[in-house]
Write a protein that binds this ligand. Sequence first.
Ligand code: AMP
Length: 190
Amino acid sequence: MLNIVLFGPPGAGKGTQSNQLIEKYGLIHLSTGDIFRANIKGKTKLGVLAKGFIDKGQLVPDEVTINLLKSEAQKVENPKGFIFDGFPRTNKQAVALDDFLLEIGTSITQMISLDVDEEELKSRLELRAKDSGRVDDADPAVIQNRINVYRQETAPVKDYYSGQDKWMKIDGQGTIEAITQRLFDAIDSL
Ligand code: AMP
């Protein structure tokens, strides 16, 4: 199986690029942010709980997020592989993901970071706020909080994978097509 963690701060382009990768490699896209948003829309119990954290730019607790990820992954029959988008965001989630993949007889192939500078991230999020309807994109204070949480809790997850020799970064700036091509080249070289 090909299991990719697409990594980067808010606005790095993880969702956009995941959509380009799923078709070419036949991967299942697992975005915890998308699953939370679908639950918020459907007004489920999970959605109500998650909304309290998401609207403030905080992480949803590990326990909830890990269980959600596992149950979504288990729904898929005979996957060719997964693209994890927005998960893992803490070291605890990374360990839980390794344990889960081991249970189903596979492992992470590679974490790929999309490298984008902070000015560019902020201007992308501002643009996205205009048409995404995402509450957490609309408020500069919430965006700043998400960036701070990323720096403190999520960025160290990179070290977890580089410790396993499973980390690389690509330039996440330029046109969508150029970035996609860099990702294709990176994945084909694995
Ligand atoms: P995203 O769409 O990946 O930017 O996620 C939007 C929001 O959902 C994040 O700011 C968090 O509040 C929450 N979220 C998504 N994925 C996770 C995760 N792996 N762990 C904790 N919270 C998450």
